[in-house]
Design a protein. Structure first.
Length: 423
């Protein structure tokens, strides 16, 4: 029990400390609270402080789940290979996943309330173009990788289908395709492990230096090119420093914080209630879609849109999300790589598709931030969009990123299963 209480306090209070440290240190402020949370979580999850699952529990989880429901846990405890730490591990994993789910579902509406939908609609063409470029880039990278590495990979066609799914909708699509194609547990776990390892490195790149690197090749965010003319669009002053949390520590903002949280909880409750009406495999997609839609509609209401404190409050919950997520990663898996071809295949798909996407974005004159957020939305799914938008210091790309992520989420499983069947 004390471990649960300590972890809850850690996940809720550590973001406050990180925000404060960024406020008093220019160096840490340049890094950003989101990236710091990601780093702190990785340290927590890999210094041996938290219990690990036994081999028996890992096998039961099968790589598709992080914890067992209470009924299955009680049944598993009858297994002679059950370890005393498994129950604690299961309890912590369930807590971590709950914190991740609740924090992101509350953060999404909070961050949408103060956004300007009309402004995004003026740039919708660029966002949809970036979605097409991202999908084309992924498919090109997938097929190149298949013919380079597949001949030495067990169940290579099924692996290809899973990679298409995970990089158009995240882990839920990976799991869905893995079950649909009847992938062996060993191959599934190994593919998922390599995805986590390489994906963590790619996410860190996207959140830190990708913007500066891509700016060398692509138009900067806010620059629109038409035919032979180049028109400069000034970025609004309110977006000049996105990670501004000062309002959270001002007593005068407490009423607006309360209103923002109240409205967000209403949106969360309505979105969450849909779990009773949709199949379990579609629940995540439907909830995110409904919460995003309601958040956007609420932003059109002046009393809601004027609550500017809602955005930094949403950023706080994003930091909580990043902290919980990164603390679940296991860096020790990096030293257990056994199948070089599969590792290289995943590595090529992640960074090869990114390279191809940037090349296509240069041809079609898509700006840096839209390109980065499109890569993020497809590779990591919608919940990661706000976190990367924070690192980019550009909240205007959030709506477009969520749109790309949801569309990828919706169609990724179908595309992955189809490709896995025809290869």
């Amino acid at each position: 029990m004390w471990i649960t209480i300590a972890l809850i306090l850690f996940y809720l209070l550590m973001p406050v400390l990180l925000i404060y440290l960024c406020k008093i240190s220019n160096t840490l402020n340049r890094i950003g609270a989101v990236v710091l949370a990601y780093a702190v979580g990785l340290v927590l999850g890999n210094i041996g402080l938290l219990p690990t699952a036994s081999d028996a529990l890992v096998q039961v989880l099968g790589g598709t789940r992080t914890f067992l429901p209470e009924i299955e846990l009680q049944e598993f405890m009858k297994n002679p290979e059950f370890s005393g730490s498994d129950q604690t591990y299961n309890q912590i994993a369930q807590l971590q996943e709950s914190i991740m789910n609740y924090s992101i579902l509350i953060a999404l509406p909070l961050m949408l309330f103060s956004l300007h939908l009309k402004k995004w609609l003026r740039n919708a063409k660029s966002t949809l173009l970036s979605l097409v470029l991202a999908m084309v880039s992924l498919l090109v990278a997938i097929f190149i990788g298949y013919y380079l590495f597949a001949h030495n990979i067990t169940e290579s066609a099924k692996v290809t289908g899973m990679l298409i799914g995970v990089y158009t909708g995240g882990t839920p699509n990976l799991a869905a395709i893995g079950r649909a194609l009847n992938v062996s547990p060993d191959i599934f776990i190994l593919t998922h492990t390599y995805d986590l390892i390489i994906g963590s490195v790619a996410l860190l790149f996207l959140m830190t230096i990708a913007q500066r690197v891509f700016n060398i090749f692509l138009p900067r965010s806010g620059v629109i090119r038409k035919a032979e003319n180049v028109m400069q669009v000034e970025i609004e002053e309110e977006d000049s420093h996105l990670e501004n949390y000062d309002g959270l520590f001002q007593r005068k903002n407490l009423p607006d914080m309360g209103k923002s949280l109240f409205y967000a909880l209403i949106v969360f409750a309505v979105g969450g209630s849909t779990i009773f009406f949709v199949p379990k495999e579609d629940q995540v997609l439907v909830i995110i879609l409904i919460i995003t839609t309601l958040g956007l509609l609420a932003s059109l209401l002046k009393p809601v849109n004027k609550l500017k404190i809602s955005f930094p409050l949403g950023m706080y919950f994003i930091i909580v999300f990043c902290l919980a997520l990164s603390s679940m990663a296991n860096l020790r898996e990096m030293f257990q790589i056994e199948f070089l071809e599969l590792f290289l295949y995943v590595l090529w798909v992640v960074f090869g598709s990114m390279f191809i996407h940037v090349g296509l974005a240069r041809i079609f004159k898509v700006d840096t931030d839209t390109t980065i957020i499109a890569i993020t939305a497809l590779t990591y799914s919608p919940p990661f969009v706000p976190a990367v938008a924070l690192a980019l210091k550009n909240k205007d790309v959030i709506i477009g990123g969520l749109t790309i992520g949801i569309l990828g989420f919706a169609f990724g499983s179908y595309l992955g299963i189809f490709i896995g069947k025809i290869l």
